[in-house]
Design a protein around this ligand. Structure first.
Ligand code: HEC
Length: 159
């Protein structure tokens, strides 16, 4: 009897451990609402890091605005060369000159989403999470596509 109880105990602990580690690996689908939920609640992007060569507030160019910060998750950071690993996310906060947050633009590397253009899901949010444009906008892809060999990433150079 004691043995049975112990076996059940071990099984329960194993199940908890497995579901916990699976949950932490679960990535959102390539959609604006799932991704917003992921970057604000499941894995808040403000707790992520910056590219080593692009830390904190930086001056930017059109169309994104005069100042920005680009946060990147571990999937991106742990990618030594392009293309970055699936699951990589870059969150760019776009600020006015007066350092007011104006928009949040995100790139999410989603397996099989858009293989001909680097499998990136693109989205622009208002600061409170309203999305548009999103998906495979020709504008985002056209501009970032000039650096397709750097996996469409402009603020970080892979060496
Ligand atoms: C006219 C060109 C242009 C267009 C269109 C454009 N971007 Fe960018 N993007 C840039 C430039 C230049 C940078 C480098 C940082 C800066 O200067 O602001 C950048 C940087 C970024 C970054 C930081 C990571 C990286 O790749 O360097 C993200 C995320 C991003 N853009 C998302 C988007 C999304 C989403 C769209 C479409 C809604 C978009 N961009 C449209 C030019 C563009």
């Amino acid at each position: 009897m004691k043995k049975v109880a112990m076996t059940i105990g071990v099984l329960i602990i194993t199940a908890c451990f497995l579901s916990g580690s699976l949950a932490s690996q679960e990535m959102p689908g390539p959609g604006p609402a799932e991704l917003w939920n992921y970057i604000t609640k499941v894995s808040p992007y403000k707790e992520w890091s910056f590219w080593p060569d692009h830390q904190g507030m930086q001056p930017g160019r059109a169309p994104h605005g005069p100042l920005h910060k680009v946060y990147v998750n571990n999937h991106a950071l742990n990618s030594p060369k392009p293309p970055v690993q699936y699951g990589a996310i870059q969150v760019k906060e776009n600020y006015s000159k007066a350092k007011e947050l104006k928009a949040i633009t995100v790139m999410y590397k989603a397996h099989g989403y858009n293989p001909k253009d680097g499998d990136w899901f693109w989205v622009k949010y208002t600061p409170d999470g309203k999305a548009g444009p999103f998906g495979k906008p020709a504008g985002c892809i056209g501009c970032h596509g000039t650096r397709a060999s750097n996996d469409f990433i402009l603020v970080h150079e892979f060496r």
